[in-house]
Write a protein that binds this ligand. Structure first.
Ligand code: URA
Length: 421
């Protein structure tokens, strides 16, 4: 087989065989197909797409590039959630303990933020002592004893995706439905969960700005999951506005704790409960997440989950050294607060990183002080900016200049529709 023939076949709109796909991914993982050749193939796939049989082979080859976890020892049904990423999306934090409190085990392998969307691990690392890295044995033990784990994916899980995602990130080939679907689903299938609920975000703060494309991505992932034997459901949810009132790291942890104690903002609590219901249903368990939130059992699991990974759930969270309030420059009835502007501004304040491996500021971020539906007057507070580096305030303020959009406001319910069983 020859990689140049494979690239030419895809470039010219032909279909690759399962053998060709397995060969090219295996050789790429081993470093025998050059990065520039894989970049050319990714660009050919970006333009030509993958037929269903090719997509299935591509996903299988990515899974086979590494280990498959065996969660059979956990002793309860397992269900994971994956979000395609958004601004203020801290849902994993309250959701994992809530679903565990319903009797389902939640193996939540998560990532770090890059760009304007935050990363679950960066948020949790704001908790003093908390560790993201766990061995597979420690992860399975925690699933058995606590029922929920949120940790970093080990290097052995779909290593082909790890390489390919980094390459796509720098070659303009991220926004391809077959490449996104196979990237996400190869990791989830390799992780060994019984069921999966996908939160596919649509809107200004999401990868997918357009409902039609988001639906196609959701359907593609549900088909891949179902074919691999996972009970897979997707919710299409709105991401035009940040979720909740806090965007950043420690301040999102504080808001998540409020949600898991039943005292959180309505939009975050509502979406957490919707996803929890879908997860419990996908796991085949008859339980009421709202009751587990109300009776304090979700909060109890949260504390045990944080302690099991070295964190102190009662320790004060880090606060940024400097704050600045941004006020309204004119009277306006707020239709929405733009998710992308708030995400970018939070990143500029130090909550996110501009290159892999950079350090994030635990205390940095934005508190949203005015909400859609409210009328604010000139001088009223809109945002509170938090940063250890006050010289960043000016750029963040400039980014937020157009963030408040006047007009009709959307309902608090973020769910647009459900795809799959
Ligand atoms: N998240 C992933 O894991 N992969 C993609 O391709 C896009 C988002």
């Amino acid at each position: 087989m020859d990689v140049i023939d494979i690239i030419r076949t895809k470039r010219d709109g032909g279909e690759l065989s399962a053998e060709e796909i397995a060969w090219v991914i295996q050789r790429y993982t081993a470093g025998e197909v050059a990065e520039e050749q894989m970049a050319a193939l990714a660009m050919a796939i970006f333009w030509r797409g993958l037929a269903p049989a090719e997509l299935a082979s591509w996903t299988t080859a990515m899974i086979d590039s590494g280990d498959r976890l065996d969660l059979s020892e956990v002793g309860r049904p397992t269900v994971d959630k994956h979000s395609t990423g958004g601004v203020g999306d801290k849902i994993t934090l309250p959701l994992a303990p809530l679903v565990a409190a319903c009797g389902v085990a939640v193996p939540q392998l998560s990532g770090r933020g890059l760009g304007h969307t935050g990363g679950t691990l960066d948020k949790l690392e704001a908790i003093p002592g908390w560790r993201a890295e766990l061995s597979t044995e420690a992860m399975i033990r925690q699933l058995r004893e606590v029922g929920a784990v949120i940790c970093a994916a080990g290097a052995g899980l779909a290593p082909a995706d790890r390489k390919l995602y980094a390459l796509r990130d720098v070659t303009g080939t991220v926004e391809s439905i077959p490449l996104i679907a196979s990237s996400i689903m190869s990791k989830k299938i390799a992780e060994g969960t019984d069921a999966l609920v996908l939160d596919v975000k649509v809107g200004s703060g999401a990868f997918m700005r357009d409902l039609r494309q988001a639906r196609q991505l959701a359907e593609t992932m549900v088909e891949l999951g179902t074919a691999a034997g996972l009970t897979t459901t997707a919710l299409l949810t709105r991401m035009d506005q940040p979720l909740g009132r806090a965007v950043g790291n420690a301040i999102e942890v504080a808001e998540s704790i409020a949600v898991v104690r039943g005292e959180g903002p309505a939009d975050v609590t509502h979406l957490t409960l919707e996803l929890a219901r879908a997860m419990v249903q996908a796991a085949g368990v008859d339980a009421d997440p709202a009751a587990r939130l109300a009776d304090g059992s979700a909060y109890e699991v949260w504390q045990r989950m944080i302690r099991a990974q070295g964190g102190d759930p009662d320790a004060p969270l880090p606060r940024a050294a400097h704050r600045r309030t941004v006020t309204a420059t004119e009277e306006v009835t707020i239709g929405r607060i733009d998710a992308l502007a708030v995400g970018r501004a939070s990143w500029q304040l130090g909550a996110g990183r501009d290159r892999p491996g950079a350090r994030v500021q635990a205390g940095a971020g934005i508190e949203i002080l005015a909400q859609a539906g409210e009328t604010v007057r000139r001088g009223d507070p809109l945002f509170e900016l938090h940063s250890d580096t006050p010289e960043r305030f000016e750029d963040a303020e400039a980014t937020l200049a157009g963030a408040v959009v006047g007009g009709e406001h959307q309902p608090a319910d973020r769910v647009i529709e459900k795809v799959g069983t």
